[in-house]
Design a binder for this molecule. Structure first.
Ligand SMILES: [Zn+2]
Length: 187
């Protein structure tokens, strides 16, 4: 690359000021700008390292959570993608066991949640029955949310997980009441 006796018009990468460069690889108008730019890059590198460190710390935390028998309600919402309300409801109904160590200090048994999320299978005969999509026999997603105090993400996850047949009409998604009741009554 090169040295050229011609001055090359450039714009400083640091201060955006136009200047005449001596070589095509000159990036800054002055030593001061080059210096400042180097400092900025170092700072960015430091921030990136810190971010990576945080991520590493976070992944350790996730790994740690996965091996712990009792987890907090917040941790359960993250791990299992269910709402706090759902967890508290399941605790209340004794579907999962937990300990109340004080206000906002509820701990739930991780294995109970895992069992819930892996152990449910729809009976084989259920698959043979044709889903009923008649009005009055169906819920919309918001119906389900309202009835079972669940958030839409929880409802959609449950529908997916249990392979509940749905029908989309306009912007509404309908799911058969009988299948939804079976899933959510259990919770
Ligand atoms: Zn400059």
């Amino acid at each position: 690359m090169g040295f050229s006796k011609l001055k090359i018009p450039r714009v400083c990468e640091h201060c955006s000021k136009p200047f005449e460069a001596k070589t095509v690889t000159t990036r800054f108008c002055s030593a001061s700008c080059a210096n400042k730019a180097r400092k900025e890059r170092k700072k960015l590198e430091k921030i990136q390292k810190q971010t990576e460190g945080l991520l590493l710390k976070y992944s350790n935390k996730i790994a740690e959570t996965q091996t712990r028998e009792f987890i907090s309600v917040s941790e359960a919402t993250v791990m299992f993608g269910i709402s706090k309300d759902t967890i508290h409801r399941m605790l209340k109904r004794g579907i999962i066991s937990g300990e109340n160590l004080g206000v906002r200090l509820t701990r739930v048994r991780r294995s109970d949640l895992e069992a819930l999320f892996t152990g449910i299978k729809m009976p084989a005969e259920e698959k043979k029955t044709k889903p009923i999509f008649e009005i009055g026999e169906c819920y919309t997603i918001s119906d389900i949310c309202a009835k079972f105090y669940a958030d839409p993400a929880t409802v959609n996850n449950a529908i997916k997980r249990h392979k509940v047949p749905t029908k989309k009409v306009g912007s509404f998604v309908y799911a058969p009441k009988n299948l939804i009741d079976k899933i959510f009554d259990g919770l």
